[in-house]
Write a protein that binds this ligand. Structure first.
Ligand code: 5GP
Ligand code: MN
Length: 365
């Protein structure tokens, strides 16, 4: 009797733990709406933001695999090419790149009867793909974790800025859909990669315990997390490492008083080092390894749009990259990782950066 009582209490406490950690993402109305939109559609288009990163691609591909398993025709379309170090992701070969094959991809966009926008909070972040997506009258669902979602272009918004990645949002969503034990290894791999990429392999924005509940769920589906790490971070080409060496040795300007570092990469330098898509990924994070550094800024001349300089910002602690990006660089993003752009020459961009740093000096010192 006592033993069975104990066992019952134990079982109860386990189910309590489960209830406490599983986050119900959608309320009943949203849950029904989500399922009826998905089940009412046949050709589902998944789109993600320009310059797709590991989370954009990982969450889009996980969705594609899940929808395919649910009997849908699902296709992922991204505005421009994603970096080579994401090519290994299950399904990456079938991702369609709008700017590369606009004529072939446009009919695919037009034919969709449901659009899911993943890892994206504003339609402008679709860049060249925006017009085509907005021209399609099909309903749209947003699944995202960026701040300030624009609610005007999606019928259903699943936005969770407190979460580390869109892939985490999807973990909770799939959990709520009762899929935790049905996820395929491919789906789980894409979800893990998405979370890993948006948290610097769980070194920032990753302190919520429930993230590790999600990871536990994914490990149980057979993912090889160490292999995923190597696939993403240990695939550099010799030219990528040489570029890093050059940028750190020659180009990095460290302001020790104001705890900020600035690097710039011109089009000529890109050519010199044969810089390929993705070769600059992670570069902006490196100066944050310097003792007491609070902010790192990387300027790169845009290859696709001459006369445009891309700005990348990374910070530690509470320095608000997103505020600086909004105020000075026509951009936005997260507290510790943001981006934007400047029209003009590199010289002018460097001057704008100086003005931004001066304005934020009190928060840097
Ligand atoms: P990255 O420096 O890797 O290009 O961008 C870092 C993060 O900043 C992205 O994940 C995204 O959230 C944000 N971001 C980059 N560029 C822009 C932009 O032009 N507008 C907005 N709103 N966010 C951006
Ligand atoms: Mn993301």
């Amino acid at each position: 009797m006592a033993v069975s009582h104990l066992f019952r209490n134990f079982a109860l406490s386990i189910s309590n733990i489960k209830e406490r950690t599983v986050e119900k993402l959608l309320d009943e109305r949203q849950f029904d709406e989500f399922l009826s939109l998905v089940d009412g559609a046949q050709r589902i288009l998944i789109v993600a933001h320009v310059n797709p990163d590991g989370d954009a691609l990982g969450s889009s591909l996980a969705l594609k695999h899940w929808l395919t398993r649910r009997g849908k025709e699902a296709v992922v379309v991204v505005p421009n090419q994603f970096p080579d170090f994401l090519q290994w992701m299950p399904g990456a070969q079938e991702v369609r790149v709008y700017m590369k094959h606009e004529e072939d991809v446009r009919p695919v966009v037009d034919a969709a009867d449901l659009v899911i926008v993943a890892d994206l909070n504003q339609s402008q972040r679709l860049r060249e793909l925006e017009e085509a997506v907005l021209a399609n009258p099909a309903p749209r669902i947003m699944i995202d974790h960026h701040l300030n979602p624009d609610s005007s272009f999606c019928q259903l918004i699943v936005s969770h800025p407190e979460m580390c990645a869109t892939a985490e949002v999807l973990c909770h969503l799939l959990w709520q859909l009762g899929e935790a034990e049905q996820l395929t290894k491919e789906e789980a791999t894409c979800l893990y990669a998405g979370m890993m990429c948006d948290t610097g392999a769980f070194t920032y924005a990753s302190g919520r315990a429930v993230i590790y509940e999600c990871i536990s769920m994914l490990l149980a589906r057979g993912i090889d997390k160490d292999r995923i790490y190597r696939k993403v971070y240990y695939t550099a080409s010799p030219s990528r490492l040489k570029l890093q060496g050059y940028m750190l040795y020659v180009k990095m300007k460290v302001d020790k008083e104001r705890h900020v570092s600035i690097m710039s990469l011109t089009r000529e330098e890109r050519k010199l080092f044969k810089v390929k898509n993705g070769d600059t990924e992670g570069l902006v994070n490196i100066p944050l390894q310097i003792h007491k550094m609070r902010l790192s800024i990387l300027l790169t001349e845009d290859t696709e749009q001459p006369g445009l300089v891309k700005v990348s910002l990374r910070s530690v602690d509470n320095f608000p990259c997103n505020r600086m990006a909004e105020e000075f660089f026509d951009g936005g993003g997260h507290l510790n990782a943001s981006g934007g752009r400047l029209a003009g020459t590199m010289e002018e961009a460097l001057q704008a950066v100086e003005r931004a740093i001066t304005a934020y000096e009190p928060l840097l010192r």
